[in-house]
Design a protein around this ligand. Structure first.
Ligand code: HEM
Ligand code: HEM
Length: 238
């Protein structure tokens, strides 16, 4: 939804430019994003501690401090939140605005392939951005988010498979069949642990790229995930 031009921002004193505000990220997408980022941060920190527990530095009995129980509890609370938040985003991909929809994530038209190549050159070879790229997710970013959603799914499947052996509840028990399929608890844990590194690497590259694109596109990429708005250059005013 493009609103009429609102601001006349001089990029340099000699070439003032008019911008349109475009409402790109709806509240549910922003809520999903920051909830997801928070959960991933908690899951990585607590997952690390579960994977290599600290030695007890107290003379009290272990059951009296319950510190590892708290770490696991936090992992599980974040895990359930992460999973249902993710399910909600899948639903929103069918009912959200044009920028939230699944068509942005799976390249299926020639323009998207072309844009993927251009963004790859800009990001990796640091070439200059030739034209304007999509105001929502650019085609490369959208595709990478799609791959990351597959990783979210894998991490949820392996996580709930591990959890199924510790819980009698209906929901985690739905995932019990995954454990024998992956060679037992040990195999599932190895994969669950290895995929944590995907989340760490994704976050580093993702945060770098959103700041980089904010800089080269000058359309308010970073703040768009807070307020929802991006800016599109319409014309030079002079
Ligand atoms: C971003 C997502 C996640 C990350 C980065 C992550 C990371 C980890 C790591 C590193 C471990 C320790 C593995 C080891 O070396 O033994 C672990 C354990 C575990 N995770 Fe996750 N996890 C995530 C999501 C989930 C989800 C969605 C669930 C679902 C319930 C889950 C359930 C578990 C369980 C049950 C354990 C084993 C706990 C124990 O044996 O004490 N995780 N996780
Ligand atoms: C300080 C940390 C972060 C910042 C500043 C940030 C910023 C952003 C921005 C600006 C976008 C929209 C980019 C675009 O225009 O295409 C975005 C999208 C996205 N980010 Fe982040 N992000 C952060 C952390 C994370 C983390 C930790 C994750 C998960 C591991 C994550 C996953 C995603 C996903 C999946 C999208 C696509 C959103 C959707 O359409 O559902 N982000 N992020």
């Amino acid at each position: 939804m493009a609103t009429p031009a609102r601001s006349t921002t001089p990029t340099t004193p000699s070439n003032p430019t008019t911008y349109a505000r475009v409402y790109v990220w709806e509240l549910p997408v922003r809520f999903y994003h920051w909830m997801n980022a928070l959960c991933v941060a908690v899951l990585i920190v607590t997952g690390f501690l579960i994977g290599s527990p600290r030695a007890l530095s107290t003379s009290a009995e272990a059951y009296q401090s319950y510190s590892f129980g708290i770490v696991r509890f936090l992992h599980f609370v974040a895990a359930f939140t992460f999973f249902f938040n993710f399910m909600f985003r899948i639903y929103w991909g069918f009912v959200g605005n044009q920028y939230a929809r699944w068509t942005n994530f799976i390249p299926h038209v020639r323009e998207q392939i072309k844009e993927m190549k251009e963004v790859l050159q800009v990001d990796v070879l640091q070439t200059r951005l030739k034209g304007a790229i999509s105001i929502g997710h650019n085609a490369l970013a959208g595709f990478v988010y799609f791959l990351s959603f597959l990783a979210f799914l894998f991490q949820s499947l392996t996580g709930f498979a591990l959890y199924s052996s510790m819980s009698k509840s209906f929901f985690p028990r739905l995932f019990a069949w995954i454990t024998p399929l992956m060679g037992g608890d040990f195999g599932v844990r190895q994969w669950h642990h290895a995929f944590m590194w995907f989340f760490i690497l994704f976050t580093i590259v993702h945060v770098y790229l959103v700041f980089y694109h904010d800089y080269i596109e000058a359309r308010g990429t970073v703040s768009s995930m807070v307020g929802g708005w991006k800016f599109e250059r319409i014309r030079r005013t002079k």
